[in-house]
Design a protein around this ligand. Structure first.
Ligand SMILES: *Cc1c(COP(=O)(O)O)cnc(C)c1O
Length: 377
C-alpha cells in the first residue's frame, strides 16, 4: 500500500506533469507574468465552465470574499450574517471591512447554514448573507435566495470548497455553486478541488455593473489608468498559476467524480457503525464534491481516534476545532451559547479523513478498518 496522504498533490501532479511543463515554458518565454493572455484565457474558460457572465481572477480566496464585499459597497456597521462553523477567512474579511459579523448556527446533517437561524438573525441593519458551501456541499440556496429577496439582502457565496458542485432548484434547473447569489468567491489554494501551485482566487457574478466595479477594486480602484476612483486593493492571479488552472479545469469534473467515488467507498464501509455518522447528502448526486469527507464520532472518542489514526500512519484533520464565536478575535457579548448548540457539538465530533483524487481502494480499506477497530471497542 502506498503511504496515505491527507491530500496527494504530488500524485496528481505526476499525471499532468508534461502539460504543466509545456505551459510553464510558454509563460516563461513570453514573460507576461501577471494578467497576461494566460490569465485572460483561464478567465474565459472558467466563465464557460460555470455558466456565469463574469469571472474576475484575484490573489486568493480570502481576497475574493473581501473584494466581493467591497464591490457591493457594504459600509461599516452593516450587518453580515454568516455561519459559526467555517474557516475563519469568511468572518475575517467582514470584520476587516468594519462590517458587523453576525454568526449563526448550522444544520447538524449538512453542516451548512441553518435557515431558521438565518431568519431569526435578520435585523433592519442586515445587508448581506454569506452562505458557505462547506466541505463541498451546496447550501440550501433556494431558501437563502428567497429570504434575501424578501429582505432586500445581498448573497455572497463562499464557494472555496465546492467548485464544480451543482445546485438543483425545485423546478429541476441546475446552477453551479458560486453563481447563484449576487456574487461568489472561490479559492485556488493547492488543496482545494481546483487548486493551483501557489495562491489564487476568483470572484463570480452575472451582474455587469458589479463586475465592472470589482474589476476596478482588484486593481487599485482604477477604471482608467492612474485614475483612482475608489479605494481598491492589489489582488492578482499570476500567469503561472493560471497555466496550472487551465491544465486542471478540463479535469475538474473527473477529479470531483474521483472524490465522490472515494466518499461512497468510505460510506459503504462505515455506514451503520454505532457512534459514526457518515456525511449526509441532501441534494442530488452532483450537489456535493467532497472537498472534505467528514465523519461525526458521537461517543466522545474523536480526539482518541485522531491520535490512533496518526499512530497508524493515517493523517486526518479536525475542521474546525473551535466555533468562530469562541475565537478570541471574533467573540462578542452579543452571542449566546444556546444559539450555537450544533456548531459547539460538531467541533467536538468531526473528523475529516484523507480525501483527494489519488486515493486507492486498499488505502480506504485500511483507513476504515482502523476506524472501526478503534471506535467499536
Ligand atoms: C480556503 C477557504 C477560504 C480562503 O481561501 P484562501 O485562498 O486560502 O485565502 C475561504 N473560505 C473557505 C470556506 C475556505 O475553505
Amino acid at each position: 500500500m502506498k503511504k496515505i496522504q491527507m491530500v496527494d498533490l504530488k500524485g496528481q501532479y505526476e499525471t499532468i506533469k508534461d502539460q504543466i511543463a509545456t505551459s510553464f515554458d510558454e509563460v516563461l518565454s513570453n514573460t507576461a507574468f501577471v494578467n497576461g493572455p494566460e490569465v485572460h484565457a483561464f478567465q474565459k474558460e472558467l466563465e464557460e465552465y460555470l455558466g456565469v457572465k463574469h469571472v474576475i481572477p484575484c490573489g486568493n480566496g480570502t481576497d475574493a470574499l473581501q473584494i466581493a464585499m467591497m464591490g457591493l459597497g457594504l459600509q461599516p456597521g452593516d450587518e453580515v450574517i454568516t455561519v459559526d462553523f467555517t474557516f475563519a477567512a469568511t468572518v475575517e474579511v467582514i470584520a476587516l471591512l468594519q462590517l458587523t459579523p453576525v454568526l449563526i448556527d448550522v444544520e447538524p446533517d449538512t453542516f451548512n447554514i441553518d435557515i431558521e437561524a438565518l431568519k431569526k438573525a435578520i435585523t433592519p441593519k442586515t445587508k448581506a448573507i454569506v452562505p458557505v458551501h462547506l466541505f463541498g456541499q451546496v447550501a440550501n440556496m433556494e431558501a437563502v435566495m428567497e429570504i434575501a429577496k424578501a429582505h432586500n439582502l445581498y448573497v455572497i457565496e463562499d464557494n472555496a470548497q465546492a467548485i464544480g458542485a451543482n445546485y438543483t432548484w425545485t423546478d429541476g434547473t441546475k446552477q453551479k455553486a458560486g453563481t447563484i447569489g449576487h456574487v461568489g468567491a472561490t479559492s485556488f489554494f493547492p488543496s482545494k478541488n481546483l487548486g493551483c501551485y501557489g495562491d489564487g482566487g476568483a470572484i463570480f457574478t452575472n451582474d455587469d455593473d458589479l463586475a465592472y466595479t470589482i474589476r476596478g477594486v482588484v486593481n487599485h480602484g482604477m477604471y482608467e489608468r492612474y485614475h483612482h476612483d475608489v479605494v481598491g486593493v492589489n489582488s492578482r492571479l499570476d500567469a503561472l498559476q493560471a497555466a496550472v488552472l487551465r491544465a486542471k479545469l478540463p479535469l475538474l469534473d473527473t477529479y470531483n467524480n474521483r472524490r465522490k467515488e472515494s466518499a461512497a467507498k468510505y460510506t459503504a464501509a462505515l455506514n451503520g457503525e454505532e457512534s459514526i455518522v457518515t456525511p449526509v447528502q441532501t441534494g442530488e448526486a452532483d450537489s456535493h464534491v467532497y472537498h472534505q469527507y467528514t465523519l461525526r464520532i458521537t461517543n466522545g472518542k474523536r480526539d482518541g481516534l485522531v491520535k490512533y489514526l496518526n499512530e497508524n500512519g493515517i493523517p486526518c484533520g479536525v475542521y474546525y476545532p473551535i466555533p468562530l464565536h469562541n475565537q478570541k478575535a471574533y467573540t462578542d457579548e452579543r452571542y449566546n451559547e444556546a444559539d450555537f448548540v450544533v456548531t459547539n457539538q460538531l467541533c467536538k465530533e468531526v473528523i475529516a479523513l484523507p480525501m483527494h483524487t489519488e486515493l486507492e481502494d486498499d488505502q480506504i480499506e485500511f483507513i476504515t478498518t482502523k476506524i472501526k477497530e478503534f471506535v467499536n471497542v
